[in-house]
Design a protein around this ligand. Structure first.
Ligand code: NAD
Length: 333
């Protein structure tokens, strides 16, 4: 059996609660895992003077995969930066993967099984901005490159193939943003030609936002640029149960970090109310990444069954604590 090295980065607020529960679930699965744990976020800053210590970077580098909880990013603290955004940049985690699947719960629309693949490194998040004309004109540079487009499109098409999907929807706004989205779209057509088993559908971002509400079941893989992906993936997560169950992965060539989409939720931290299921589903993604699909499916099935039985936290209408929800999942494993 291959021994996998997993780095845990609990972070702030409810981060340590949900990552601690994920560790219990991983222990129950009895896999050949070796854990390390690093400091990150506002707590690390208070203790060590930086939200992202060098040792944490080394732990992520040395791990086969990392599970991250959440960090608090206090606004208005001069010189402070978001540790998770810095991590994504440092390790060039170019692909943000957000699965959206129906859950057996009243808040979820049925028959949805899609994955949103978002480019994570460029576009309007290039950070190149300036203010001109005495503060009366602001400019932000939208950067799209062939290299980043090719790698994200290959990621999307290969994921579509791996998941036995038939279709990849490329979302853009090339009718208006002719240079930037135009480049993304033309690279998409070239890449799609290398995956003749998959149908490539082209869709304008405004149409996609509307179609996600009208008929979300039509989508399988959606691949798009950074800003559109940011917005569409949050929209899509609300179709299938929302923050308490939204999971994600940030994948690069040399590192992969999995995390629940939610933040550190300081309003409920320490109250045993945090829903750990988004972290468990992120853990299942981590297991898939480590080529452990069987325990990943077992974990997903146990999470779904827990939801179906109503053995969930308050945010999903249940009465269980964070720890009791974990016990329900472990029981079903
Ligand atoms: P949030 O996601 O932390 O919370 C939004 C709302 O959802 C709150 O009412 C919270 O109680 C609830 N919620 C979130 N996760 C939950 C869970 N697992 N179970 C039950 N309820 C849950 O977003 P916010 O309040 O806007 O931000 C709080 C802090 O988190 C800020 O400092 C922000 O910068 C940070 N943040 C971090 C990340 C990250 O680490 N990836 C993401 C978003 C926000």
């Amino acid at each position: 059996m291959t021994q996998h090295r997993v780095c845990l980065l609990p972070g702030d607020g409810i981060g340590p609660e949900v990552v601690g529960q994920a560790r219990r679930v991983l222990d129950a699965l009895k896999l050949p895992l070796e854990f390390t744990q690093g400091e990150i976020g506002y707590g690390a800053y208070q203790k060590l003077g930086t939200p992202l210590p060098e040792e944490t970077l080394e732990l992520v580098s040395g791990a086969d995969a990392t599970l991250f909880g959440a960090v608090t990013t206090p606004p208005n603290l001069p010189g402070y930066f978001s540790a998770i955004i810095r991590l994504r940049q440092t390790f060039e985690l170019f692909a943000n993967i957000r699965p959206c699947r129906s859950i057996p719960h009243a808040s979820s629309r049925p028959h949805i099984n899609m994955v949103i693949v978002r480019e994570n490194t460029e576009d309007l998040y290039s950070g190149i901005e300036r203010v001109e004309d005495g503060g009366n004109r602001a400019v932000s540079e939208m950067i799209i490159t062939r290299k980043a487009s090719e790698r994200i499109l290959h990621k999307a098409f290969s994921l579509g193939r791996q998941l036995h999907f038939q279709k990849v929807t490329v979302v853009h706004k090339a009718n208006v943003l002719r240079a930037t989205c135009g480049l993304f779209l033309s690279v998409a057509r070239e890449v799609a030609a290398q995956y003749p088993d998959l149908l490539m559908q082209e869709m304008l971002v405004d149409t996609c936002a509307m179609e996600l509400i009208r008929d979300p079941g039509q989508f399988q893989v959606i691949v798009t640029t950074n800003l559109f992906g940011d917005i569409l993936s949050d929209e899509a997560s609300m179709l299938v149960g929302g923050l308490g169950v939204a999971c994600s992965g940030n994948i690069g060539e040399h590192a992969a970090i999995f995390e629940p989409v939610h933040g550190s939720a300081p309003n409920i931290a320490g109250q045993h109310k945090a829903n750990p299921l988004a972290t468990f589903l992120s853990t299942a993604m981590l297991l898939d990444f480590l080529q452990e699909p069987e325990p990943a499916r077992r974990l997903e099935r146990a999470v779904n069954e827990t939801i179906r039985l109503g053995q969930v936290t308050e945010d999903l209408g249940g009465k269980l604590t964070t720890e009791e929800t974990t016990e329900a999942v472990i029981e079903l494993l």
